[in-house]
Design a binder for this molecule. Sequence first.
Ligand code: EGU
Length: 427
Amino acid sequence: MEEPSGTHTKRKVVAVVGGGLVGSLNACYFAQRGFNVEVFETREDIRQAKIVRGRSINLALSHRGRQALKHVGMEEKIVSQGIPMHARMIHSLSGKQSPIPYGKKGQVNPSFSCLVYMLTSCLHTNYNTHIEADLIVGCDGAFSAIRKQFLRRSRFNYSQTYIPHGYMELTMPPIDGEFAMKPNYLHIWPRNTFMMIALPNLDKTFTCTLFMPFEEFEKITSGDEVMEFFQKYFPDTIPLIGPDALRRDYFRLPAQAMVSVKCSPYHIGDKCVLMGDAAHAVVPFYGQGMNAGFEDCIVFDEILNQFDEDLSAALPEYTRVRVPDDHAIADLAMYNYIEMRAHVNSKWFLFRKHVDNILHLLMPKTIIPLYTMVTFTRTRYHKAVERWHWQDKVKHKCFLSLSLSLSVLQAIYFRDDSSTLSTFQVL
Ligand code: EGU
């Protein structure tokens, strides 16, 4: 790679552990800085692999992720390989479809292997077995081997939570060479405890992801039961996935688990630091896992600049700055999981998003929907949460004074009616 930048005499060696999304992006960041980068990955090199094994996963790349890619000149290359998503499409039980726009410009969802491929394509690193490094960067995912070493140390906080839901992916093939549904949407079938979403792929298929408690997955044991279940909850998808494919694919792979991981600190001395899922695996219900991991790379990069690459100062600062934000997004993703399974059917989802959008239109400076701050800005996650709580208070006060003045008016003009204060409190 190129000569080191600046006046440093010795090129720093960094060992990036994990060649997934965050590992390969991080390698780009360190290489750009002039560090000597070595990537460690147990799976075979994705650039040479004949068949890319592993689970596919849909990803939504939003503002934070795009900014991180832009820093290493990869934004356009990757965005051009994805499909823009301008709105959600809510599918009701009756098959009715209702779009709800994402206030601002779209996101994309290139497939996992494709993304890693494109990121690694700008590296020239060997897959090494033994080196001496100045810095070890653990980007080895939710079950991180690097993090395991942190666990043996004193004063390391760690928690992991498996949620009762699992997910299963089903493919919706193209019809006459075209997408089976409108492509530029996040398709959602909210059904309280069950939920399905679908995202488009470049090959004109959709990947449908069914979220359901493991208990319920286990209740379905035959093809007929699969059909019965889909007939009851997702009837409009049966002809699109195809009844035969559905009977078959449902039993192809068991439902996958979802885990949320929090820990702190993220560093050991000036030697080792965790990023991405290794530091903060989140449940997928905010579409932010990859984006948060990519943002870790920018944050660390900014801190390295700030401290002139002094690792003994940069690592503690990274922990100090990043832990509250990563914990906030982990909480938000979990909150959305609970919220969506609690009482969110298609009507409620539509209603809530419309109320949010209308309030934003009425008071664009005061009320910014939480998902807007999270998805379309780089507002620090913990600040977005703070603001959200504050906005809720403002909203509450507005509605209270509105309902109060309405009931005062009512008391004046329709004296003999009973009070209707409670009806307004619904909002
Ligand atoms: C990909 C894979 C609607 C789950 C979250 C919204 C994605 C997801 C939402 C996967 C939902 C859910 C948001 C995006 C996204 C909404 C988002 C992509 C969820 C709050 C394997 N979520 N994805 N929120 O947009 O911000 O209102 O599981 F149904 S993209 Cl679950 Cl923006």
